[in-house]
Ligand binder design. Structure first.
Ligand code: NCD
Length: 322
């Protein structure tokens, strides 16, 4: 692809999306959802983006984000290239992120989907990239495309993105999905938040300060059951063991049942109002018991499919088509 002359449409943070753009992307996702299910309309999608190339550069583990971007691009006719095996690339020889981005750009992809190890690295990549960078998770920083798909899931399931009590639990200090989702949900009126986390895993103050500055109500508590009973959305997460600090490692060593203590079974999920929904970015590693899967409030598997549709919309946006 020739180099673009207009500003590049990077996707770096949930901050950059306003409510107008969010609804445009949601509308596209709705239409994409109909088209992927309907063979007669599929041809409208199938060749839309042929000639474009999506490159996935993943320095860290992933199943859903890596695969859903690949499928989203393929459904629209793009070619898909990339690597999850950076240990076999020049990165293993000590090449910088910037030089790797310059290298990939010289082969003219249409965009690069990047999962990186440290906060801020997506922005660092964008600074040297000649094509849009899509932040697919930068350390404990942000995961904007996940937040968009989470909010889209809420819209599809509850029919609104405002006036919600959103309860978030688990590792709120290291989880990037919760950080980005708070930023996004805070753009809509009358949303309130309850945060539940083990000691040392609480939501970081930059996010809390942002909520305070916008006069958005939030509450931090250790009481899981009353929070569940008053929730519209429960968003549960795992301990991000690959990114915990020394204090958190010590806490887990001294409290080995932490994972189980924060695990939701049917006994807990039954406390949620019938209209409420239970979400999880996945992977789950025990913090939602298998017995919950068949409860109609559990929508974490549907969430993955909504992710495909939103990523189709985000690819279109990054290319300048919506
Ligand atoms: C999340 C992530 O990578 O931040 N997974 C995902 O993208 N679906 C959550 C997690 O790994 O716990």
């Amino acid at each position: 692809m020739p180099q673009s002359v207009t500003p590049l449409r990077h996707i770096l943070s949930a901050d950059q999306f306003d409510t107008n753009l969010i609804s445009r992307i949601f509308e596209y996702a709705d239409r994409a959802g109909e088209a992927v299910e309907d063979q007669r309309r599929y041809h409208q999608l199938g060749n839309r983006l042929s000639g474009h190339i999506l490159y996935r550069l993943f320095y860290k583990e992933s199943t859903r984000t890596y695969e859903s971007f690949g499928f989203a691009a393929t459904h629209m006719g793009m070619a898909v290239l990339g690597t999850q095996s950076v240990q076999f690339s020049s990165v293993a020889k000590g090449e910088t992120l910037e030089d790797t981005i310059r290298t990939i750009c010289s082969y003219r992809p249409s965009m690069i989907v990047l999962r990186s190890a440290k906060d801020g690295e997506a922005a660092q990549a964008a600074a040297v990239s000649s094509v849009p960078i899509i932040n697919a998770g930068d350390g404990s920083g942000e995961h904007p495309t996940q937040a968009l798909l989470d909010l889209y899931t809420i819209q599809r399931e509850l029919g609104r993105t405002s006036g919600l009590h959103i309860v978030m639990g688990g590792d709120l200090a290291n989880g990037r999905t919760t950080r980005s989702l708070v930023k996004l949900a805070a753009k809509f009126p009358n949303n309130t938040f309850t945060f539940i986390a083990p000691p040392t895993f609480e939501m970081k103050d930059d996010i809390l300060a942002e909520l305070r500055s916008k006069n958005i109500q939030y509450n931090e508590t250790a009481e899981v059951k009353p929070a569940l009973a008053a929730a519209d959305i429960v968003y549960w997460t795992r301990i991000q063991k690959e990114r915990i600090n020394d204090a958190q490692t010590d806490y887990l060593a001294a409290h080995p049942t932490t994972g189980e203590d924060y695990s939701l079974g049917l006994a807990e999920v039954t406390l949620m109002p019938p209209h409420a929904r239970l979400m999880h970015p996945l992977p789950r590693v025990g913090e939602i018991k298998l017995e919950v899967d068949s409860d109609p409030r559990a929508i974490y598997f549907k969430q993955m499919h909504y992710g495909l549709l939103i990523r189709m919309g985000l690819i279109e946006w990054a290319l300048g088509y919506i």
